[in-house]
Design a protein around this ligand. Structure first.
Ligand code: ADP
Ligand code: MG
Length: 550
């Protein structure tokens, strides 16, 4: 490409766009100056352009690592339509096709070369002989076992930077919490890469969480005035998708079940019917929705709680893509938590999964703006409440919690941000136990700064601070608590904090009527018992879900 052409020209001539989306231009400039980048943008935010445009603009070929054959093919087809020379290489191609694209690659005829991480090692010799202008690692969360879609083959990619230290690397993903972002960069050997985090806020989504009692009845009520609207209900199991779809149909709401147990033809047909507005409601397992481009989904219901906030965010993100109002309704129940814990137990990433599940639970139990809690999870801080969630619509009673928050933050500072929630509370309350004494924490200045709040209440306040984005939790490192920029505002800039009273709403939760299954019934009682223990006897107690099998 002639360097007299500007990137704006490339944008117009090859992609047909007049302007960049948020962050695209900044990411592209960073790449063009030869530096490494991490781009976190929501799905549909325009990540591909961030590497496709420089790939065209710069001399040489961009190597794009992509996890799915279907994704590669779509992108290459789209590039061809735009007159860009691109090809993909993967194990599903016949040998002669592989040979042909390799030849094109060697001859420098390609602007972009897409390859699956599993096939990359087949190219080692070729890569050393051609001019590579950048490496793009698409869906980069796949490299982290802390992310939600770990692919072992991705972990080999760390050697790219070592082999080609002068070639800039760009990692792209839609879903990575803050700790996972760091892991991605370390593994790719680009720890200093500049991070570009686009806003994850989908202001048109109304965030709503309700207790998971009589869910079917609640759904039927919800659908009453939404007869012709498109919507998705997510369930945990195949069986419940079918059961629920049957119930909806029997009640006069046309719905189809969708899950991995159906043939791919059946699935395609259902997807087609949904996208073309022939079937308004899909009741699906999480298999549904990837790559579906439908703008007018007016509501997304989580019949069961998702296993982490990344999944929740991704699934609700399928609603309201047209920018018009859409409703995201999540049913929260302990029975689901127990089920999800069982799924996680015994897996290689059990600890992280359980910690993420706990954050999901804390989000569901939030007593302050849900959107704040959601965005904070991804490292984005908003300082105003959103006015478009169930809590903002009907907030609990708040009090000025600034002093309490300052004490919590200052203890965390003195613990050098190394300790978990339990230790932070113990130190705040001046606990006289061996773990505290062994570490000498009784000598720090803020030891015993809060003595008039019970252990469990203080824990709830700390969780509120987490949800408000004042604190963050590194669950990959023993759940240590850290301060965020918002905490610094509170400590040093007079920023005020509102905390919810732990009165009515809390009691309601504890004494809530039993949910559908007997396990959850038992569990409600267990939670009540623990909370009474903690409140009345001051015994540090948190609901330990593994006890639910008792
Ligand atoms: P992501 O990978 O972030 O999910 P894509 O790269 O697939 O998103 O882009 C989503 C859509 O946005 C595509 O149809 C793409 O052509 C379009 N798009 C990307 N950048 C722009 C832009 N600057 N202006 C208009 N549309 C854009
Ligand atoms: Mg993409």
């Amino acid at each position: 490409m002639l360097q007299t052409t500007s990137i704006k020209d490339v944008l117009k001539n090859y992609f047909g766009y007049d302007s960049f989306r948020p962050n695209q231009e900044a990411v592209i400039s960073n790449l063009l100056s030869g530096k490494d980048s991490l781009a976190i943008m929501p799905t549909g935010g325009g990540k591909s352009l961030c590497f496709q445009l420089p790939a065209i603009y710069l001399e040489g070929t961009a190597i794009v690592i992509s996890p799915l054959i279907a994704l590669m093919k779509d992108q290459v087809d789209a590039l061809h339509t735009n007159g860009v020379s691109a090809a993909f290489f993967n194990s599903s191609q016949p040998e002669h096709e592989q040979q042909k694209v390799l030849k094109d690659l060697e001859n420098g005829e390609l602007d972009l070369f897409y390859v699956a991480p599993e096939s990359l090692f087949l190219l080692e010799n070729v890569l050393g002989t051609i001019k590579i202008n950048l490496f793009a690692i698409d869906e980069a969360h796949c490299i982290s076992s802390w992310g939600h879609d770990f692919r072992p083959a991705y972990t080999r990619l760390g050697t790219l930077k070592k082999q080609f230290p002068d070639v800039p690397v760009i990692a792209l993903t839609a879903t990575a919490d803050k700790a996972t972002q760091t892991d991605i960069l370390n593994q790719l050997s680009i720890p200093k890469a500049k991070r570009f985090i686009s806003s994850f806020d989908r202001a048109n989504l109304y965030l709503d969480v309700r207790a998971g009692q009589n869910r079917i009845k609640q759904i039927l009520g919800f659908l009453k005035n939404r007869a012709s609207e498109s919507g998705i209900v997510y369930c945990l199991s195949r069986k419940s998708t079918e059961k629920l779809a049957d119930k909806l149909n029997a009640s006069g709401f046309e719905a189809k079940a969708y899950h991995a147990g159906l043939s791919s033809e059946e699935r395609n047909n259902i997807q087609d019917d949904f996208v073309n507005d022939r079937v308004p409601v899909i009741v699906a397992t999480i298999a549904f929705g990837m790559g579906i481009d439908k703008s007018n989904v007016r509501w997304v219901i989580h019949y069961n709680m998702p296993k982490n906030i990344e999944g929740y965010y991704q699934e609700i993100g399928r609603g309201g893509r047209d920018g018009l109002a859409a409703h995201a309704l999540l049913f929260y129940s302990y029975a689901d938590v127990i089920q999800l814990r069982k799924f996680a137990e015994g897996t290689a990433t059990q600890e992280v999964q359980l910690a993420k599940l706990e954050r999901m639970q804390q989000f569901s139990e939030a007593l302050s703006c849900r959107r704040k809690a959601l965005l904070n999870y991804f490292g984005e801080y908003i300082y105003e409440d959103c006015a478009n969630c169930d809590i903002c619509k009907s907030p609990p009673q708040y009090f000025d919690g600034t002093l309490l928050a300052q004490k919590v933050c200052s203890v965390i500072t003195r613990l050098k941000e190394q300790e978990s929630i339990g230790m932070v509370i113990d130190v705040l309350r001046g606990a006289k136990n061996a773990t505290v004494f062994n570490k000498g924490y009784q000598n720090i200045k803020t030891y015993g700064a809060i003595t008039d709040v019970s252990w469990i209440d203080l824990q709830q306040y700390v969780i509120q601070l987490l949800n408000q984005g004042v604190l963050e939790i590194w669950f990959h490192e023993n759940g240590r608590l850290l301060l965020t920029p918002m905490a610094k505002r509170i400590l040093f800039e007079g920023h005020k904090v509102q905390l919810a009273h732990l009165g009515e709403k809390q009691k309601q939760e504890v004494t809530a009527a039993p949910t559908e299954t007997s396990t959850s019934n038992l569990f409600d009682k267990l939670k009540l018992l623990r909370s009474v223990l903690a409140k009345d006897l001051g015994v540090p107690a948190y609901v330990v879900f593994s006890d639910a099998s008792l």
